[in-house]
Design a protein around this ligand. Structure first.
Ligand SMILES: CC(C)(COP(=O)(O)OP(=O)(O)OC[C@H]1O[C@@H](n2cnc3c(N)ncnc32)[C@H](O)[C@@H]1OP(=O)(O)O)[C@@H](O)C(=O)NCCC(=O)NCCS
Length: 198
């Protein structure tokens, strides 16, 4: 079990939130997260600022950086978002995008697209799987936009296609999965594995 110290108790969190009100016009930059308390903390700040994400402990976030593929985005010096990806163990597995979170103050500036583009570069031969709630208009539009930006197609797949844990949501959540198929990627039907269903 990890200890959750609320970001709201941290003076640095309050200062970061104030700086979000005056974001510079600089371009978005993206880097790999490091398995440090500081990067785990930045993730928890973004989680606190985004309406639909759970705030996780610093230790939990650091464990995700260690085990998965996490990118952090900045505008100028200001951290504004991150992506969390699970890279399936089989070569035929897609990249599972489990979360993309961008603080409201930095939205519609291409931050999510910059993160997803870097994710796509990480394994150009793989397709990309993700799950969204049907009412998450922003995420649905982003996924369409992203698929087009890399010249790929996007389509729904059955909920049973992938493990929920790979897609990053719980049994109780009603996210529905999608596959972004790259023309040179492994066709998703090849990665369909009935035995792996939960
Ligand atoms: C969804 C989310 C990640 C988008 O982040 P963002 O940095 O604002 O997205 P971008 O600026 O890169 O958007 C790229 C394109 O996606 C589409 N898009 C993104 N958000 C949109 C919205 N709210 N409404 C309509 N289209 C949207 C647009 O086509 C946009 O291009 P445009 O601005 O030139 O029209 C952000 O709103 C967020 O963090 N939401 C809360 C967490 C969440 O729901 N994450 C997704 C599920 S994991």
């Amino acid at each position: 079990m990890f200890n959750l110290i609320s970001p709201y108790e941290e003076p640095e969190f309050a200062a970061w939130r104030l700086r979000l009100r005056a974001l510079p016009s600089s371009k978005v930059s993206v880097r790999d997260a490091e398995a440090t308390r500081q990067d785990g903390r930045l993730m928890s700040w973004v989680q606190a600022e985004c309406e639909s994400t759970y705030i996780q402990s610093v230790e939990y976030n650091v464990s995700k950086i260690e085990q998965q593929f996490v990118l952090l985005a900045r505008i100028g010096e200001q951290p504004v978002g991150f992506s969390l990806v699970f890279i399936g163990p089989e070569e035929s597995d897609p990249l599972f995008i489990q979360l993309v979170a961008v603080v409201p103050a930095a939205r519609r500036r291409g931050v999510a697209l910059a993160l997803l583009s870097r994710v796509a570069e990480r394994a150009p031969e793989r397709n990309i799987a993700l799950a969204t709630l049907d009412n998450n208009v922003g995420a649905l539009a982003l996924n369409d936009h992203f698929a087009k930006s890399i010249g790929a197609s996007i389509r729904r797949v059955p909920v049973s296609m992938y493990r929920r844990s790979h897609l990053g949501f719980a049994q109780s959540e009603s996210h529905r999965p999608w596959i972004i198929e790259r023309s040179h990627g492994v066709h998703s039907s090849l990665s369909f594995d009935k035995d792996s269903h939960t």
